[in-house]
Design a binder for this molecule. Structure first.
Ligand code: AHR
Length: 545
């Protein structure tokens, strides 16, 4: 049994996410059969019943796989103000900048140790031609960004600007190549332009004339994006054949370059099977894209980022927990072809996707970010930690100003979102070793939705210190939790908490510090047990000493 996957489920074998969606129909017989924990009364509108306690067991003596730092990666696409205005303002801007990069944004991203950034798309990648983004800025062609808002793309942020950003952040590079609308030679030449040793090939000399003599490294090369959709509407077998072809000709001259195939979305298991069967030997990773939408029936009606009803808090949580099931099932298919887990599952697009902020260009995917997003981030990061053997890279969509962003900007102003603060809390997870933690949790109910309230992950960092992340997704009730620490010697636990009074508590340019981490000292360790009461709608990270 994979202890990392056991989430408050008693002995019932179905993954938590699916149960959450079907629970109302199935619940009564299962409870009678003793297969799932008994639940509190279902009358949501009545006064909350007495709070049930959660229990957990930490298995510090059974370390799992390391959590790769790139699991905390980011996605930055040429989309709305994700790049232009958000990261790049140009050297002549009055916004304080370092050679064109916003200084406030750089400092904020460095503070959370951004380990990797995927660029330039997304859907944009399969229409991007790298030659448009090199050479003198004034000579670069202006094109229309047909995917995102139909605005002009002046290509002033190109290859050199991306690698300059990565150098400043000290981050791994993830270049997403165009498979949908460019021949394989274009990808091969871009890789050569970036990686060929100084003074060697014609392309290396061109790079030098453009201002960078030394080669850069490409840690990850994306072989197309969403080939089942905006990348070319392909059948999986055709996409797999093309993946083999493009992967064959892209050769880094500067160290290892992991090739990431365009993988499935959500529960498209047929895609995973075909890609692994046909192309599995030629790739190093398969991308999984999954977005959380409060309403997931119609992409034109996803639900608002702020001012939403509690029912949409609940569906957001249950839809987020579906990530556990998707990763588990895609991984099981990958195991058939790759039992040694050489090929990673790279969740390189994840996060919340709401209706756009009213009054903004709908193609810019701008949305506010609230305490709900912080809880979603904690749940997903815990799920990735449970699967650290297969999920070795991920990228939240997107880093600045787009979807579930770390940072929002407005002209010279910048604000850190609740999601940013969750990434700050989880910094110790980067490069740490996952430790199994089994949780038995009370349930949170709203209308037909029922989900376990408490999610957890635990790690031992490289200095040997153990950290525990605890999420209480119940927006109404605190949950007392006791964690059996087994043979772990600890006498103190303290850390930080992110919570708030309203479900949609958020930071704005006028009030930037409504949701920020606060010291959390209400945890005790005695007789090998960690005792803590998790406030409603909170993310708590504790350091054990
Ligand atoms: O992140 C926004 C878009 O979502 C990406 O461009 C695409 O890959 C996905 O559909």
């Amino acid at each position: 049994m994979n202890l990392f996957n056991r989430h408050a489920v008693g002995t019932h074998a179905e993954p938590a996410a699916r149960r959450a969606r079907v629970l109302p129909r199935l619940m009564a017989p299962l409870v009678l059969a003793g297969l799932i924990p008994a639940m509190p009364a279902l009358a949501q509108d009545a006064a909350p019943p007495a709070t049930e306690a959660a229990t957990a067991t930490l298995h510090a003596d059974r370390p799992g796989a390391p959590i790769h730092r790139d699991v905390f990666g980011q996605f930055a696409e040429h989309l709305g103000h994700g790049i232009y205005g958000g990261i790049w303002v140009g050297k002549s801007s009055r916004i304080p900048n370092d050679a064109g990069y916003r200084r406030d944004v750089l400092a904020a991203l460095k503070a959370i140790n951004v380990p990797m950034v995927r660029w330039p798309g997304g859907c944009f990648a399969d229409e991007y031609h790298w030659r448009d983004g090199i050479g003198a800025t004034k000579d670069r062609p202006v094109k229309v960004n047909t995917n995102w808002g139909g605005v002009n793309e002046d290509n002033s942020f190109g290859t050199h600007e991306y690698f300059g950003l990565m150098d400043r952040l000290g981050a791994s590079t993830y270049v997403a190549a165009n498979l949908g609308s460019a021949p394989p030679a274009e990808t091969a030449q871009w890789v050569e332009y970036i990686t060929a040793p100084e003074g060697t090939t014609k392309l290396a000399k061109e790079r030098q004339r453009n201002g960078h003599a030394a080669p850069w490294k490409i840690q990850y090369l994306g072989i197309g994006n969403e080939l089942w959709g905006c990348g070319g509407n392909m059948r999986p077998e055709y996409a797999a054949d093309l993946t083999n072809r493009y992967a064959q000709f892209a050769k880094s001259a500067n160290g290892p370059m992991l090739k990431i195939a365009s993988g499935p979305s959500d529960s498209n298991y047929e895609w995973t099977d075909a890609l692994m069967r046909i192309a599995g030997k030629n790739i190093d990773g398969l991308a999984l894209h999954y977005y959380t939408r409060p309403r997931d029936k119609d992409w034109n009606d996803k639900g608002a980022a702020l001012g939403f009803p509690e029912r949409e808090w609940a569906t957001t949580m249950s839809h987020t927990l579906a990530m556990e099931e998707f990763i588990t099932k895609h991984s099981a298919i990958m195991d058939k072809y790759d039992p040694a887990k050489r090929v990673m599952l790279a969740v390189d697009e994840w996060g919340t996707w709401y209706d756009p902020t009213p009054g903004t260009n709908p193609g810019f995917l701008e949305q506010q970010n609230s305490l709900r997003d912080a809880v979603v981030a904690g749940l997903n990061l815990n799920i990735f930690a449970h699967h650290s053997d297969r999920v070795r890279m991920a990228a939240i969509a997107q880093m600045v100003n787009v979807l579930q962003a770390m940072l929002l900007t407005d002209g010279p102003r910048m604000v850190k979102t609740p999601t940013y603060w969750v990434f700050d809390l989880y910094k110790s997870w980067q490069g740490a070793t996952a430790l199994p933690i089994e949780v038995t949790s009370p349930w949170y109910h709203k209308d037909e939705v029922a989900v376990p309230s408490v999610s957890a992950s635990a790690v031992r960092d490289t200095a040997g210190q153990v950290h525990v992340a605890l999420v209480n997704l119940d927006p109404n009730r605190a949950v007392p939790l006791s964690v059996s620490l087994g043979n772990l010697q600890a006498s103190q636990a303290a850390g930080r908490i992110i919570t708030g009074t309203a479900m949609d508590a958020h930071n704005s340019f006028d009030q930037p510090d409504v949701v920020t981490p606060q010291p959390f000292t209400a945890a005790q360790v005695a007789n090998g047990t960690l005792s803590v009461t998790l406030p409603a709608k909170s993310v708590v990270v504790l350091d054990l000493r």
